[in-house]
Design a protein around this ligand. Structure first.
Ligand code: SF4
Length: 374
């Protein structure tokens, strides 16, 4: 199907919206037309599942109920609430955009997608979603679920992520979006993509727009859309060291331009020798000194944590180090000595938080052991 030759675009829209009204999930951000809440949900939903987002969304709104509350917050508080959702530049952009909206737009969201796209972190899809869901602006949308749905409806044989594929998808979205009630229509498209036109084995027998679908007519559902070429995962080793001094641990703020910018972290570095998965304690101490200017004794290997970041499969070797001499080199950025009871105040990466919990558990165990009557 191309929108230009749909026998009845009106029938297509009606069938879709009627299905949506019967089957839509009652998601918290669907109960509102408030552009602020819609914006927060859309940013959280980028690269993240609905199930993971719901509790984050509710906590975020409880803490920052309005755009003004968010603009007045410290970036650290925003990152702390975002902790665990990943892609932290999203949180930093939300915070920057909130301040811009309050300072330069009298605290009001623009309605027009082009103006929304001028804000940090808002691309064409997010602008279309906010404009249509909050203001019923007839803006087209293409995101992961609608990309797959449109590609199948159109019988798109090009790579949907290529410039040529994207052009066709956006043109298709522009042609089908109605002039009125675009918000509900766009929600319905996304819901159909998420629930019925799923990546493998779409449930075409339950699809309200099957009669307009080129892929279903030709039996091409399994071939469309063309799969994303996946880069082979790269195995790497990193080392994290909790450097201890007088009851506190060294935390450093991760600088601009690196992974997890704005979050706090223990001393962490990549392990240069790809062959050595468990570096010798002496070598770790040498590296800590090079990184921080501190002389430490690595007293205990704490744990090995395996995790993935984009295409990297990371083995993180966690150690405890006792400070012996030296001061942290401030040319390397902001740092603090923090007691384990204060870790919860600072935003950490997921693995940083795991390490923080291990240290806190270890400390409370040794405290209770020392209180036990001999
Ligand atoms: Fe997707 Fe099947 Fe519906 Fe076509 S008929 S849009 S392949 S669910």
């Amino acid at each position: 199907m191309t929108a230009g030759v749909v026998a009845s675009l009106t029938d297509f829209r009606r069938a879709l919206v009627a299905w949506y009204r019967r089957h839509a999930r009652p998601l918290p951000w669907r109960a509102t037309r408030d552009p602020y809440q819609i914006w927060i949900s859309e940013i959280m939903l980028q690269q993240t599942t609905v199930t993971a987002v719901v509790p984050y969304f509710q906590r975020f709104l409880a803490r920052f109920p309005t755009l003004q509350d968010l603009a007045a917050a410290q970036e650290q508080s925003v990152l702390r609430l975002w902790e665990g959702l990943g892609y932290y530049s999203r949180a930093r952009n939300i915070h920057k955009a909130a301040r811009l909206l309050v300072n330069e737009h009298r605290g009001e969201f623009p309605r027009e997608p082009g103006e929304l796209m001028a804000l940090p972190g808002i691309g064409r899809y997010t602008a279309g979603a906010i404009a249509s869901f909050a203001f019923d602006w007839p803006a087209p949308i293409v995101e992961a679920n609608t990309l797959r749905l449109y590609a199948r409806l159109m019988g798109l044989r090009d790579d949907p992520r290529s410039a040529r594929g994207q052009k066709q998808l956006w043109e298709f979205a522009e042609q089908i979006v109605p002039a009125r009630h675009a918000g509900e229509f766009n929600q319905a498209l996304m819901e159909l993509g998420a629930r019925v036109c799923v990546p493998s084995a779409p449930d075409c027998s339950k699809c309200p727009v099957r009669r307009w679908c080129v892929a279903a007519t030709n039996g091409w559902q399994a071939e469309i859309p063309l799969p994303k070429p996946r880069a082979a995962p790269t195995e790497i080793t990193e080392v994290a060291v909790a450097v201890h001094r007088d009851g506190k641990y060294l935390l450093r703020k991760r600088p601009e331009g690196v992974r997890w910018a704005g979050l706090w972290d223990f001393v962490r570095f990549g392990w240069r020798d790809a062959e050595t998965r468990s570096p010798a304690l002496h070598d770790v101490a040498v590296e800590v000194r090079r990184e921080t200017g501190l002389t430490v004794e690595i007293t205990a290997p704490l744990a090995e944590i395996r995790h993935s970041v984009t295409r990297f499969r990371i083995t993180l070797q966690c150690h405890l180090g006792e400070w012996l001499a030296g001061e942290h080199d401030h040319a390397q950025g902001e740092s603090r000595w923090v007691a384990s009871t204060q870790f919860a105040r600072l935003p950490l990466s997921v693995t940083g938080r795991k390490l923080a919990r291990m240290i806190a558990a270890r400390e409370s165990k040794s405290t209770s052991a020392s209180k036990r009557p001999g």
